[in-house]
Design a protein around this ligand. Structure first.
Ligand code: NAD
Length: 489
């Protein structure tokens, strides 16, 4: 039976005020849940309640160790319900269960990390240059609007909620319309952990309605956004009108470089994982592989053997490496890109079509696809496909390679495969990306800041200082001179 989900708005579990809609399981198109979309009136109610709640002593007066205690309890709550959350997320976006389990574990770790950051955060007494004591303290920014995409909900939501709560802010969430459940469950766990009513609201629905109203609301003091570059740019423009800080984690077209001296088996495994895990629906997908001409054919042969062996299928199976794409509409968009690549002169070496078989019938599956013969300037090599499509490009001159890697509006991540650390350091320094992986790919740690450059975004999430993004830095001067200020004498 289809479940009907209520959401948490201004401290009450209820239906949002907009029309009812349904979410679908991408593996077979079945309806998973029904819920109501939020409206601009819901946004206003949630933001007003958040502003009131954050100023109440029950939240504003919490000592760091007490606030940290709540975050530790949220981490424990996520771990207690880990399997159920992983299964729900699989139903929401069709990711293989092994991946959703890892995302849930990472979300719990994020709350644990920011609990520690909250408890150990220090303000500073600055060197005095006169008869005063000067200090710099951090205070909560206020109500934060958090807007997230569908590809890794619980992880991207934890990356916003944990530091925001740690800093003492309130959060109004706008999860992706088709994947609302993780934000709703996080709100439930936070409430059970003792976070006061009103501090967290979750407003499902369309970005153009709910997201837009959230960004425009005058009481919102910061937008933490993860999503596509076009939407991020629109948010940046609106935010600029009132100088509202934002973090924008946007799209990518990440290059992976295979050098002549690379361990080819490791490089093949890394490139396969970099582009085809999460069915390529990953902002950091390594979608352009630049392979040195001297090893190009050998690499290609091993890569194609690896692609053939990938297990595409049921996301509920622990053996599955690639599940379906998130929706039929998204699969059609990926198909259009592959056709574009062919029209631009590319040759499909693997995939380029839907898998055939009863198990794939109603799901939005697409085969892992490799294309060669395209210049880096081709649209297929410049635009984010957000699907399992790899462009293979040979290189021979290092400066030309770097120019091609950087010839992209994006700058999110990159990978280098070489046995020579000096080569890796030299190339890494020249790449215009927020993250460089050397002899590995798609590794993440909550201790290490993450974010992009160029059109991949601004701001950083994670890292011990990630909490500061949700604070206002305030300066105090405490006069220590018993005499009046000299000017008045
Ligand atoms: P999207 O930009 O379409 O949507 C992201 C969120 O923004 C959704 O909640 C959506 O409803 C909302 N939104 C849409 N229009 C809005 C508006 N006018 N105002 C406010 N909010 C609005 O992205 P998507 O399709 O959900 O996700 C895929 C994109 O996310 C890809 O480009 C991917 O690279 C990017 N992404 C980036 C990172 C990162 O950390 N850099 C991580 C994951 C995904």
């Amino acid at each position: 039976m289809t479940e009907h989900i209520k959401t948490l708005i201004a401290g009450a579990w209820r239906d949002a005020s907009g029309p009812q809609y349904a979410t679908e399981y991408p593996a077979d198109g079945s309806t998973v849940a029904t819920l109501h979309a939020a409206t601009a009136a819901d946004v206003d109610e949630a933001v007003q309640a958040a502003e009131r709640a954050r100023l109440q002593p029950a939240w504003a007066d919490l000592k760091p160790h007490e606030r940290a205690g709540m975050l530790y309890r949220i981490a424990a709550g996520i771990r207690d319900r880990a399997e159920a959350l992983a299964q729900l997320q699989r139903l929401d976006n069709g990711k293989p269960i092994n991946e959703t389990r890892a995302l849930v574990a990472s979300a719990a770790g994020t709350f644990q990390f920011f609990a520690a950051a909250c408890e150990t955060m220090e303000d500073t007494i600055t060197p005095s240059r006169g008869d005063y004591v000067s200090m710099s303290v951090h205070e909560p920014l206020g109500v934060v609007g958090a807007i997230t995409p569908w590809n890794s909900p619980i992880a991207s939501e934890a990356q916003k909620l944990a530091p925001a709560l740690a800093a003492g802010c309130a959060v109004v969430f706008k999860p992706a319309e088709i994947t609302p459940r993780m934000a709703i469950e996080l709100a439930r766990i936070a409430q059970q952990a003792g976070v006061p009513d009103g501090i967290i609201s979750v407003l499902p629905g369309k970005g153009s309605v709910v997201g837009d109203a959230l960004v425009r609301h005058p009481l919102i003091r910061r937008i933490a956004f993860t999503g596509g570059t076009a939407v991020g740019l629109g948010i940046a423009r609106l935010a600029a009108e009132r100088l509202m800080p934002t973090s924008l984690e946007l799209g990518g077209k990440s290059p992976t470089i295979v050098c002549a001296d690379a361990d080819l088996d490791h490089a093949v495994a890394g490139v396969l994982f970099g582009i085809f895990s999460s069915s390529g629906e990953s902002c950091i997908a390594g979608s352009r592989a630049f392979v040195h001409a001297s090893v190009y054919e050998a690499f290609k042969e091993r890569l194609l053997a690896g692609v053939k062996a990938l297990r595409v299928g049921d996301p509920a199976s622990e053996r599955t490496q690639m599940g379906p794409l998130v929706s039929h509409a998204h699969r059609e968009s990926v198909e259009r890109y592959v056709q574009l690549g062919v029209d631009e002169g590319g040759k499909v070496l693997a995939g380029g079509k839907r898998p055939i078989g009863d198990e794939y019938g109603r799901g939005s599956y697409y085969l892992p696809t490799v294309i060669e013969g395209l210049p880096n300037q081709a649209r297929m090599c410049q635009e984010e496909i957000f699907g399992p499509v790899l462009a293979l490009l040979p290189w021979s001159d290092e400066s030309d390679l770097i120019a091609q890697c950087n010839d992209s509006m994006y700058g999110l991540a990159s990978g280098i495969w070489t046995r020579d650390y000096k080569t890796a350091w030299r190339i890494g320094a020249a790449l215009q990306t927020g993250t460089v992986w050397v002899n590995t790919y798609k590794l993440f740690s909550v201790s290490t800041p993450f974010g992009g450059v160029k059109m991949s975004g601004t701001g950083r999430e994670k890292g011990r200082l990630g909490i500061l993004e949700y604070t206002n830095q305030k300066s105090y001067y405490w006069g220590t001179n018993a005499a009046p200020l000299p000017w008045s004498r």
